[in-house]
Design a protein around this ligand. Structure first.
Ligand SMILES: Nc1ncnc2c1ncn2[C@@H]1O[C@H](COP(=O)(O)OP(=O)(O)O)[C@@H](O)[C@H]1O
Ligand SMILES: [Mg+2]
Length: 495
């Protein structure tokens, strides 16, 4: 190759300058490209970094969300299980409970109910009951009552607790129920109906009625026993008085039989025989001579006889009057039985004592009257008399059994404005502490010929007139005290 002709220096400079400039240009362009590339690469790297971070964060979120969902799933499963169990429980309950359980809508129409209710309705298929109301099964008065009850619950949200209901079915059956009803709410708490549960009380009600009848009979029996006790007391006393009457009558009869009156007759015959010479007979005949003196003695004897018979007859009259009194008193009490009367309490006590006077005298029991107050009371005096007679007779028995010489019964009256209290204290055999309440039980007695009705009927009578009867004793051998409290005014509930 031929070497080229060297260029002129000026041209050379110019060309070099140009080439230099071009080279510079090229370098600058490359630099720019490189910078752009570097920048792009930088940018990419930065972007790549942030994406990685985002990814990591995302992964974390996904992981925690997954955990949360799993937990929620577990919870849901648990809840579902619990719900299933509850539902099974409800089903079991509805199927087996003898109580009637029911859910009704806001028109009191049956929605769900227990098998027992279906059976009681007389239907076999639940569909025949769903949508029906009590009006389809019960008499109108009962259906209306339950309807109003349910409307009240729907309106107010207040439950109905423990209502005793008499359910009368259309076919005439009657059932007594104990019913509780409450509002039935949906999940938002809105009342959408009522739920109720009713248990059958019929058996209890029947037993209750039987018990009440038995109790009434017992009360009646007791009342009669109480009256019988008074009657016994009266008879006992009349019997005692009759004994005295008998003794007096026998005495009088004997006296009359042995009377000297017969001698008067004999004397008359004698005088009649000597009618023609009566004066000579009386003065000269030895038999006739003693007649005047005999007559004087006879007159004396007859006067004595008369006095004695009169005394006996007086006693007899007294005793008969006493019998009449006691019988009349008993009749007056029996007649006014159940009538509230206003009487002086002391009169009642005296009457009760009079009915027992004979016994007290015979058994030598001293009666001490400690009337600290003399209240007037308004009550059924027959009941009080019964009670008093019982208490007095019991005190007399207790004194008798003690065998002590100084037998005594103290009767005390005290009173406040509203209450009169009679306290009867005897010094008889006393009462062991374990018997202090038992003595009031029907039929409890420790006496050989006792019946155990007295105190039971007395306590009952006291209660009926709004009072009370209690007993106190410091034990055997220490006597007993009976406290009868009575209202001064008749109580509202007294009969
Ligand atoms: N004043 C009393 N002192 C001791 N015991 C008494 C007294 N009054 C009652 N009792 C006891 O209470 C029992 C029941 O009395 P009550 O009901 O009158 O029946 P009854 O007189 O027929 O036994 C008596 O048997 C006796 O044990
Ligand atoms: Mg008695």
């Amino acid at each position: 190759m031929q070497p080229a002709e060297p260029p002129a220096p000026a041209d050379l400079v110019a060309s070099l300058t140009a080439r230099l400039a071009a080279a510079e240009q090229a370098i600058m362009a490359r630099d720019k490209t490189i910078q752009a590339l570097v920048a792009r690469e930088k940018d990419r790297t930065a972007k790549r970094h942030s994406t990685m971070e985002e990814n990591a964060a995302l992964q974390q979120i996904v992981a925690s969300k997954t955990l949360e969902l799993e937990a929620q799933n577990r919870k849901l499963e648990q809840t579902t299980n619990a719900l299933r169990e509850t539902s099974a429980l409800l089903e079991m309950l509805l199927k087996n409970t003898p109580a009637y359980i029911y859910f009704k809508d806001d028109h009191s129409r049956f929605v769900r109910f227990s098998q027992s209710l279906l059976k009681a309705s007389g239907q076999v298929d639940a569909a025949q009951v769903i949508g029906k109301t009590d009006f389809d099964f019960f008499v109108e008065s009962h259906a209306r009552e339950t309807f109003l009850d349910e409307q009240h619950i729907l309106r107010t949200g207040e439950p109905l607790v423990g209502k005793t209901e008499k359910m009368q079915y259309l076919d005439g059956r009657i059932q007594w129920m104990l019913t509780t009803k409450m509002p039935w709410k949906n999940k938002d708490g809105e009342i959408i109906g009522t739920a109720g549960i009713s248990s059958d009380l019929t058996a209890i009600k029947t037993t209750e009625a039987e018990l009440e009848t038995a109790h009434k009979q017992l009360v009646d029996a007791s009342r009669q026993a109480g009256m019988a006790e008074v009657a016994t007391s009266v008879l006992h006393n009349v019997g005692n008085v009759l004994n005295s009457v008998n003794v007096s009558a026998t005495l009088v009869t004997d006296q009359v039989r042995r009377s000297k009156v017969a001698s008067v007759g004999k004397l008359a015959v004698l005088l009649e025989q000597h009618r023609d010479d009566l004066a000579g007979y009386l003065t000269n005949d030895p038999k006739g001579q003693i007649i005047p003196a005999y007559l004087a003695r006879l007159a004396e004897e007859l006067a004595k006889e008369q006095t004695s018979i009169m005394t006996e007859l007086d006693g007899l009259q007294n005793n008969i009057d006493h019998i009449k009194d006691i019988v009349a008193m008993q009749q007056s009490y029996a007649k006014t039985s159940g009538v509230v009367q206003t009487v002086a309490l002391t009169d009642l006590i005296e009457d009760a004592l009079r009915m027992n006077t004979g016994s007290f005298i015979r058994h030598d029991i001293e009666i001490v009257r400690d009337y600290q107050s003399k209240p007037t009371v308004s009550l059924d005096k027959n009941k009080v008399l019964q009670t008093l007679v019982n208490l007095v007779r019991n005190a007399q028995h207790a004194c008798d059994e003690s065998g002590r010489a100084d037998k005594q019964v103290i009767i005390k009256i005290t009173s406040t404005e509203s209450l009169a209290t009679i306290t009867l204290t005897d010094n008889g055999i006393g009462i062991p502490v374990e018997n202090l309440t038992r003595i009031f039980a029907h039929g409890f007695t420790t006496r050989k010929y006792g019946h155990g009705f007295g105190l039971h009927s007395s306590a009952l009578a006291a209660k009926e007139i709004g009072g009370s009867l209690t007993a106190r004793s410091d034990g055997p051998g220490h006597g007993a005290t009976f406290i009868l409290s009575l209202p001064v005014k008749p109580e509202a509930h007294s009969s």
